[in-house]
Design a protein around this ligand. Sequence first.
Ligand code: URA
Length: 243
Amino acid sequence: MALIRLDKFLSNAGIGSRSQVRDYIKFRRVWVDGVACVKADTKIDIKKNIVTFDKRVVSYEEYVYIILNKPKGVISATEDDKEKTVVDLLDEKYKKMKVFPVGRLDKDTVGLLILSNDGRFAHNTLSPKKHIKKSYYAHINGKITEEHIKKFEEGLVINGGYKCLPAKLSIEYSADNFSKVHIIIKEGKYHQIKRMFEAFGKKVVYLKRTSFDDITLDETLEEGQYRLANDEEMKIIEKFIKK
Ligand code: URA
């Protein structure tokens, strides 16, 4: 039996933010099984109770937000004939809920990937106009210098002629044939980080996503492990799903 608080039910169903829906409840605009319900913490059985808002039935779809530490060797897709996908890593329960990866990491990239069945979250974070900040940690097969940092700041032109938005590069370690760097970009072109280093004739030999907006990779998750977003992460996610 799936029980959920009335205010959560309404905000998950897209009626409004938690505080807005509490006002709606207070002002008797929300009814449960034909009776006005003024208590935000009333437990709703999503399979049995009929909830209406301003006399219209509220349809409820259960959304999940999964925080995965993506391992190497799996592709960011829901299904594939040949390759193992990130969805293959999940419990049957989530597969049935039609979860998909929100955005894409390359097959050999590891780190933070969010999976969800909420199209609004995907739409509002993946839209190129949103400029969501994403951070990466990378190993590069060559020396990275101040000169490269400047070029990142100015906006690099990558293969295909695209001029990237200004990005932040910082150096953790740099030697003649190996460097460790951190990158923050605000867009997500195909193979973007790899192409940015290719513009200098260098190769990314290891790539890990360490954050997505203000959600940082939970390093207690081993590669391949996942969990549902916690309360703090849900606050960040909710920013993107409000109407
Ligand atoms: N940039 C890349 O080149 N690959 C990724 O997986 C993510 C960003």
